[in-house]
Design a protein around this ligand. Structure first.
Ligand code: GTB
Length: 217
């Protein structure tokens, strides 16, 4: 069955791999599922055809036969459930890996996004200089505890899992600010994720889209 995902026609990050289609591409590569990509413009994302796939007019989406999904976490979980490679067989280890997926999305990512938004969208506000260090410290508080839990381990709970895929993807968004690199063990953990061949293929695929020359004629 053909799998089709959507991605930005041009990601605002210019191909740094921070848009969320990279997470889905990475999961597809880890489980060895071939896929096609439909590129969408910001305008097309808000039109009825795309809104029927994604109620909030965003990317990524996932189509497989009759099934259409949105939300990166749900898409990665769907892939991990149906194909080997991203979740352990043992029921308890599997439940813990899923827990790490949720932790990435609901405990680690929100303060990172809050910080990113504060930096990018609030720079002209009179309270910006006062607020930014406060939200940066909220990120640090979470990363300190995550780093303590990871310790010297290679991955969060035994073998690499969908939990690591999501955590590495989320942490990547804390790198441009420099905060990730304040935690060398987390920076090394992210580098291990990026070194995986599946990540490399996913990254290269999104980069190719975002650095392609626009057609001229
Ligand atoms: N909860 C949803 C999910 O996890 O799938 C969130 C999806 C989402 O935020 N999609 C973004 C989008 O479609 C793209 S990934 N935005 C367009 C819109 O809302 O109109 C977020 C993103 C965008 C840009 C960068 N960047 O430039 O660095 C990084 C991440």
């Amino acid at each position: 069955m053909t799998v089709t995902i959507t991605a930005f026609e041009r990601s605002p990050d210019g191909g740094k791999g921070l848009a969320r289609d990279t997470r889905v591409r990475w999961a597809l590569e880890e489980v060895g599922q071939p896929y096609e990509v439909r590129l969408v413009s910001f305008r097309a994302m808000k039109e009825p055809a795309h809104l029927s796939l994604h109620p909030f007019g965003q990317i990524p989406t996932y189509e497989e036969g009759e099934l259409a999904l949105f939300e990166t976490g749900s898409i990665v979980f769907h892939l991990a459930e149906r194909r080997p490679g991203l979740l352990p067989q043992d029921a308890n280890a599997r439940a813990r890996a899923i827990t790490w997926m949720f932790a990435a999305l609901s405990t680690i990512e929100p303060p990172i996004l809050e910080f990113t938004n504060a930096k990018l969208l609030e720079a002209d506000k009179p309270w910006h200089a006062e607020r930014l260090p406060i939200v940066a410290d909220r990120v640090r508080d979470r990363l300190r505890l995550l780093s303590a839990r990871l310790g010297d381990a290679e991955w969060l709970d035994g073998a690499f899992s969908a939990g690591d895929l999501m955590m590495v993807s989320v942490l990547l968004r804390a790198r441009p600010s420099g905060i990730l690199n304040e935690f060398p063990s987390l920076a090394a953990y992210v580098a291990r994720g990026e070194a995986r061949p599946a990540y490399q293929r996913a990254f290269a695929a999104q980069l190719a889209v975002n650095t392609a020359k626009p057609a001229t004629d």
